[in-house]
Design a protein around this ligand. Structure first.
Ligand code: NAP
Length: 490
């Protein structure tokens, strides 16, 4: 449970159905990025705590009724978790806003309802699945069962902690696995509640465990733990590579959702009344700290001036301020490290010769918020698609606009990246929409829209944006082992 003492929360691990401190009693601090206020003291796991969490999940997998209980009963408990999340959505959204710096309105209106939907969706999904049968003439019949793998390590980043954790927890639990969750050290608050929510929903102790601490220590112990069978990871490409290495000795099954640098291609026939506001969302939602951000905006030169004028005005109309204020559209960056990193890229863009369109105007912030990690929505007009600011994931409210003349040129720029998570295309020409969708090397293409999510569809990245897919049956395949049973009919 989260307990408050003089408005500072105490956050402990949730292991085998109980909140508890670390064996070493070590803790770390969490601060509100909008004003640097200390908001939580969090237990920092030792290797012993990680082992205990893994053992608890193993015991629950092998010996509790979780994986063998009737599917309808298991799914009812997962749906109950979803109901509790909806009942507590304001509280969870407040924590998320305080921890991440994400506007409360966005958390309460989007992230938290989506988290409930993640759980409900997978409970519904598994109940509707059948298994395959392969008869061999009259002599034999094969049929395939999908069984849970075992103990899953779920490692998630700080930009959407609650939503992304439930996106993994839903299929993990629906398949009958048990879990050890490690949220990002920067943002542990909302995810910590998943322990008590699971318990309130009647899920047996040990099925859902949450441990806290840094990726380099606790994350590494999770990926090396012999009792953990699979790792579902969302985070940076650099960490993904490290997890593959660290999980090699214990032959972990892994799934990776990694970084992005999406091209948002705006052709001259685009409907700018839709393309501009949606591109603003794609650029600056959650202060640009979104893996799917359309951070490279490719604009056909014939409409460049018109687009720049409208896009600049819309960016300057965003309300940068207190995440808890319902009027705020743009909060702070999550941390000092992220703030420094984004400022570094702003200076780099200037050195690369990019033209600053907007971003240097002073922000109107109260004295309290002046201590926060705020950066104004920043737009550069760039001329060099190979420049570092057009190649590297900035993960902040900074976009580069790259003009192009022809479709071929747009495609060459769009695909000139190590990433391939998603792409966005704006055109009223149906043939071009399909042609360009086929040619952009990315796992999701949105045409005349962005971030429209149907949880049945495959979600994941080409190239260095990921390995494997989440969503619908893709997540279920990851969280299950396929078993074939062959029966003689003679
Ligand atoms: P990160 O540094 O890779 O961290 C992600 C998680 O991994 C955190 O919980 C982190 O813990 C942990 N971690 C770090 N080092 C680890 C290690 N050696 N072993 C095991 N775990 C380790 O990423 P981030 O900066 O939090 O998140 C931003 C990145 O996530 C961006 O690249 C973004 O594009 C990507 N992302 C991708 C998607 C997607 O669906 N493709 C969605 C959201 C975000 P600590 O933070 O406590 O160190």
């Amino acid at each position: 449970m989260l307990t408050t003492e003089k408005e500072v929360l105490t956050v402990n691990h949730f292991i085998n159905g109980q909140y508890r401190q670390s064996a070493t009693k070590k803790t770390f601090e969490v601060h509100d990025p909008s004003n640097q206020r200390l908001i939580a003291i969090v237990s920092e796991a030792s290797e012993e705590d990680v082992t205990e969490a893994a053992n608890s999940a193993r015991q629950a997998f092998e010996h509790s009724e979780w994986r063998t209980m009737p599917l309808a009963e298991r799914c009812a408990k997962i749906r109950r978790m979803a109901d509790i999340i909806v009942e507590r959505k304001e509280e969870i959204a407040r924590l998320e806003a305080m921890d991440v710096g994400k506007p409360y309105q966005h958390a309460v209106g989007s992230d938290i309802p989506r988290a409930a939907h993640n759980l409900r969706f997978y409970a519904d999904f598994v109940e509707k699945q059948g298994d395959e049968a392969y008869p061999m003439d009259e002599n034999f019949i094969n049929y395939t069962r999908y069984e849970p793998v075992g103990v899953a390590g779920l490692i998630t980043p700080w930009n959407a902690p609650f939503m992304l954790t439930t996106w993994k927890l839903g299929p993990c639990l629906a398949a009958g696995n048990t879990a050890v969750i490690k949220p990002a050290e920067l943002t542990p608050l909302s995810v910590s509640l998943l322990g008590e929510i699971a318990q309130q929903a009647g899920i047996p102790d040990g099925v859902v465990n949450v441990i806290h601490g840094s990726g380099k220590t606790v994350g590494t112990w999770v990926t090396e733990q012999p009792e953990i069978d699979l790792i579902s990871f969302t985070g940076s490409t650099v960490t993904g590579k490290q997890i593959i290495k660290n999980g090699a000795d214990t032959l972990k099954k892994t799934s990776f959702e990694l970084g992005g640098k999406a091209a948002n291609i705006i052709f001259e026939d685009a409907d700018l009344s839709k393309a501009v506001p949606t591109s603003i969302q794609a650029a600056f939602l959650n202060s640009g700290q979104v893996c799917l951000a359309g951070s490279r905006i490719l604009v056909q030169r014939t409409i460049l001036d018109e687009f720049l004028e409208k896009f600049k005005a819309a960016a300057e109309a965003l309300v940068v301020g207190d995440p808890q204020d319902p009027k705020t559209t743009t909060g702070p960056l999550v941390s000092k490290v992220q703030y420094d990193k984004v400022n570094y890229y702003i200076e780099l863009a200037k050195e690369e010769g990019a033209k600053l369109i907007t971003g240097d105007q002073p922000l109107q912030l109260s004295d309290d918020l002046a201590k926060g990690y705020y950066i104004a929505p920043t737009i550069f007009l760039h001329h060099d698609p190979n420049a570092r600011t057009c190649q590297e994931e900035i993960f902040g409210p900074v976009v580069t606009i790259l003009p192009f003349d022809t479709e071929e040129e747009a495609l060459a720029i769009a695909n000139n990246t190590d990433y391939g998570l998603n792409g966005v295309i704006w055109t009223e020409n149906l043939k071009r929409a399909h042609r360009v969708s086929y040619a952009v090397r990315a796992g999701t293409i949105w045409v005349n829209c962005w971030f429209v999510r149907d949880l049945r569809v495959p979600f994941g990245g080409f190239k260095k944006s990921g390995v494997g897919r989440e969503g619908g049956r893709h997540s279920m395949e990851f969280f299950t082992e396929a078993k074939n049973i062959c029966i003689s009919l003679n």
